[in-house]
Ligand binder design. Structure first.
Ligand code: NOJ
Ligand code: CA
Length: 554
């Protein structure tokens, strides 16, 4: 049965239609353009596309302010194009998941327009109102600096409305049964058009109690089960991947003790500690995060990522740890955001150092869960810090060295392609990396291919191994009578690391290197000694390459 859980061994690729490929030359990426790149994505080896919001929107929060849940923003194409797109994906065996942004709507949504202008409207109660300014209206803002409060006065309604995010994103009253029913209808609609699930935006806020009297954040976890059940009545193997930056103590509330709530969540805990370890070489907090996020039901899965379209949020680190990451990866104030995060892409953070990029990706691909890659990271794209806030990391894909990086035929696209310097399209682009067998792109493609043949990582149980060095992380995954082992050296120096593989029944205790020729032989006492390059990494299989012959059925 578990073989059917496709998301356990998926590789997810996150992109936004508007910055991928512009087919009609108006300067904005669109569905017809994206369709022309599906063969590229299939060749890269990713199995699932996560599409960021593409529904009609005033576009004040990169599409996370939706004004019609049942349509495609005309600048990206039509619903017809969308159906063609999901069909073209299915033809290639690619799955599609889309953003589900239902904590709030745009203030331009007809529901909010009706709610604010007509007290008798049925939509009035779809939002969260207060007659008086609530006493805690300055608490709980998500974007400090860019957002002042969580309650704003609406002149038309002559009342205050609640907005967890920006003031143009009024919160839906998700506890209202009518809103709940509508939310399910939205899921059902897109399922019908061929998607395999949803990346659910801002889940802790969707399920939070909302209202002027609410003082402490409290979640109604039961809602999660209702979402899940509806989804799977409609489409048995559809998933929800939750955006929930929560503490490990509540992980099981989101997954459900027996996996009855959300099947996937992004592992923010692991993400933040990964960057701490990349910055300092100290693996201790990363190991703790691995252990803390280990408990999960068998059917549940982590989404493992390095960077996404938001700031790299370091809010869960201690102040000292956060400062260490800032010092290493975002020393200029302009590189930081909201006092807690970094608004840069991965490659510039790692100074474009190929060894460190490989280390980071190798780690992401081998941490427990399903990797989620951000478009452009496979070629090491950079950021544009002249653009405001989080827009710095949302520039068009760089396809070639031709004008506008091959993204559009328009001379001045509204979101400019990065040009000039170390990360400009002239130097960093898909076409030139394709011609170079040693490029990051070709390396990533090979790694993804190998990772797909290591189901032990997505499916198996893992152990963090004890090693002789704090700057080396060693992990072993066990599944169906097979084991794989991964080593990562976070230090800038070559080193010798000793560890015990701890494999059961691994024959002569040989570790077969999957990426190069230097295998490791145990010393008879179960101990291995491996010399690693600066920022070096290893992927091994225990035993030998007859592992498929040895794999057990259950
Ligand atoms: C999380 C999204 O990732 C972010 O981009 C957005 O601004 C907020 N949710 C509000 O929808
Ligand atoms: Ca276009």
């Amino acid at each position: 049965m578990f073989n059917e859980l496709w998301y356990k061994n998926a590789i997810i690729y996150c992109l936004s239609v508007g910055t991928f490929l512009d087919a009609n030359g108006d300067g904005i990426g669109d569905f017809p353009g994206l369709m022309r790149r599906l063969d590229y994505l299939q060749g890269l080896g990713v199995t699932t596309i996560w599409l960021m919001p593409f529904q009609p929107s005033p576009g004040r929060d990169n599409g996370y302010d939706i004004s019609d849940y049942y349509n495609v923003d005309p600048k990206y194409g039509t619903l017809g194009d969308f159906a063609e797109f999901t069909h073209a994906c299915a033809e290639r065996g690619l799955r599609v998941i889309i953003d589900l942004v239902v904590n709030h709507t745009s203030d331009q949504h007809p529901w909010f327009q009706a709610a604010r202008s007509d007290p008798a409207s049925k939509y009035r109660d779809w939002y969260v109102w207060s007659d008086k300014k609530p006493p805690h209206s300055n608490d709980g803002v998500v974007f400090p600096g860019a957002q002042k409060s969580t309650w704003s006065y609406d002149k038309q309604a002559k009342r205050w409305y609640f907005h967890r995010f920006y003031d143009f994103q009024p919160d839906l009253d998700t506890a209202n049964p009518q809103v709940h029913a509508e939310l399910l209808k939205i899921m059902g609609f897109w399922i019908q058009l061929g998607v395999s699930g949803f990346r659910m935006d801002a889940v802790p806020f969707v399920i939070a109690a909302k209202g002027p009297k609410v003082r402490r954040h409290s979640e109604q976890y039961g809602m999660l089960r209702a979402f899940r059940e509806f989804l799977q009545w409609r489409e048995g193997n559809a998933i929800i991947l939750a955006e929930a930056n929560v503490l490990p103590a509540t992980d099981l509330e989101y997954f459900g003790d027996s996996g009855e709530r959300l099947p996937m969540m992004f592992n923010f805990q692991l993400n933040q500690h990964t960057f701490y370890t990349l910055a300092t070489g100290d693996t201790e907090p990363l190991k703790k995060a691995l252990v803390a996020t280990k408990p999960r039901p068998a059917s549940a899965q982590w989404g493992v990522f390095l960077r996404n379209h938001d700031e790299l949020d370091l809010g869960r680190l201690t102040p000292q740890a956060r400062e260490a990451v800032f010092a290493a990866f975002a020393p200029e104030p302009d590189m930081q955001l909201y006092g807690r995060g970094i608004r840069r892409r991965l490659a510039p953070m790692l100074s474009g150092d190929r060894r460190r990029l490989e280390l980071a990706y190798s780690l992401m691909l081998t941490l427990p869960g399903t990797p989620v890659i951000r478009y452009g990271d496979e070629i090491g794209m950079g950021d544009d810090l002249r653009r405001p806030d989080r827009e710095s990391m949302r520039t068009p894909m760089q396809w070639s060295g031709e004008p506008q990086g091959g993204f559009t035929q328009h001379a001045r696209p509204p979101v400019p392609v990065i040009s000039g310097g170390a990360y400009g399209f002239e130097r960093i682009n898909v076409a030139s990396q394709r011609r170079d067998p040693d490029s990051l792109l070709n390396w990533t493609e090979r790694m993804i291919r190998m990772r797909r043949e290591m189901p032990e990582i997505g499916w198996g149980d893992f152990n963090v191994l004890r090693t002789s060095r704090n700057d080396v992380l060693a992990m072993r995954y066990d599944w169906r009578n097979n084991s794989v082992l991964c080593l990562h050296n976070f230090g800038p120096q070559a080193c010798t690391v000793r560890f015990r593989s701890g494999c059961q029944g691994a024959g002569d205790d040989r570790l077969v290197n999957l990426l190069s020729d230097d295998h490791s032989q145990g010393n008879g006492d179960g101990r291995h000694t491996v010399v690693l390059e600066p920022y070096g990494y290893r992927w091994y299989r225990a035993g030998g390459l007859d592992y498929l012959l040895r794999r057990s059925e259950v």
